[in-house]
Design a protein around this ligand. Structure first.
Ligand SMILES: *Cc1c(COP(=O)(O)O)cnc(C)c1O
Length: 343
């Protein structure tokens, strides 16, 4: 993808910098399937401690981390509740159903990313031979770049508990939520039985996610990780990148949010674009006037990478785009939109 000079497609596109690569090269390693890798053990202990939980498990991806969590909470024929926009429902190739024999119960996400409490209560099945057993509520924070209101998270989790459900948080971007919401990540995480955190998104590591939570659930997930083919050997090389990311790249997420705001405000000046309010590092844009395809082509011809589908665009800021990339992108947009589509 060498045509992309300014890459706003995703926060997964970051490349490890020299400091991170040095930490990886210097990592002490061992066979992690035997529990021998000191760097993996340190990463797991560090994140469990940061989030105020008992245990943690390093996995190759966020998809596997969510799947291992869902399979720890739910058995064959059980059901989990998730938002219709949730990554674990939409973007994980149906893994929970295919590999876990777990049925999803998707519910609509409101504009603010929440699932209404009455919808959740209404979807929890009574004990009846007609129904799958509802076992788990899975929330996501941030979801679509939005931070779940903290009061809501507490109420949703309390509701789940009242009905005897487990709770999982897909916190791929937990630290974005914490920084943008002015909250400690631990405050968000302590509500849930399990939390999955991605190291390879805004935190800038090349790979890896960590599943944090109660010891019994994390122990189960360790067996499931092996079953799913995610037991890795001298993987301290990757865990070292994760530790480097936790030490160096959390506070700076505020810069990504700032850049996304600049970008959102700049794009909102054009009547041809509808821009959703920006909360974290994502800007959602819809082309409402003119041909979306020619707008996309123009961006592409000028080296600006964005994620687009059906006239809807997602622009994501991250470690490897700075204010100069935002300025350049806005110049490119301006060159087309000033007289478009009438010119
Ligand atoms: C990226 C992402 C995942 C999955 O992570 P991968 O490492 O890409 O498998 C899960 N949940 C959310 C919200 C994500 O953005």
């Amino acid at each position: 993808m060498t045509w992309i000079a300014h890459d706003f497609r995703s926060d997964t596109v970051t490349k490890p910098n020299d400091g991170m690569r040095r930490a990886m090269a210097d990592a002490e390693v061992g066979d992690d399937v035997y529990g021998d890798d000191p760097t993996v053990n340190r990463l797991e202990a560090t994140l469990a401690d940061m989030l105020g939980h008992e245990a943690a498990l390093f996995l190759p991806s966020g998809t596997q981390s969510n799947l291992a969590a869902l399979m720890s909470h739910c058995g064959r024929g059980d059901e989990y509740i998730a938002g219709m926009e949730a990554h674990c429902y939409v973007n994980e190739a149906g893994g929970a159903a295919v590999l876990g024999s777990i049925q999803p119960q998707p519910l609509p996400n409101e504009v603010d990313g929440t699932i209404s409490l009455s919808a959740i209560a209404g979807a929890i099945k009574p004990d009846d031979i007609h129904f799958a057993r509802t076992r788990l509520l899975a929330l996501e924070n941030t979801i679509g770049g939005k931070v779940l209101p903290s009061g809501y998270v507490g109420e949703a989790v309390a509701l789940a508990r009242r009905f005897g459900l487990g709770t999982h948080l897909d916190g791929a971007r937990l630290f974005n939520a914490a920084i943008a919401g002015g909250q400690d990540a631990r405050e968000i995480a302590r509500n849930f039985d399990t939390i999955s955190v991605c190291l390879s998104k805004g935190l800038g590591a090349p790979a890896g996610s960590v599943l944090v939570g109660h010891e019994d659930l994390v122990d189960k997930a360790r067996r499931i990780r092996k079953m799913l083919g995610g037991g890795m050997r001298q993987v301290g090389i990757l865990a070292a990148a994760g530790l480097y990311a936790l030490e160096n790249n959390i506070d700076r997420l505020a810069e990504d949010h700032e850049h996304a705001k600049m970008l959102g405000e700049g794009l909102a000046r054009y009547p041809q674009l509808k821009v959703e309010p920006v909360q974290t590092n994502m800007v959602f844009v819809t082309v409402v006037e003119g041909d979306p395809q020619s707008f996309e082509d123009h961006l592409r011809e000028n080296g600006i990478g964005v994620h687009s589908r059906y006239g809807h665009q997602r622009w994501v800021t991250h470690l490897d785009v700075g204010p100069e990339d935002v300025e350049k992108a806005l110049e490119v947009v301006d060159a087309l939109l000033t007289n478009w589509p009438d010119a």
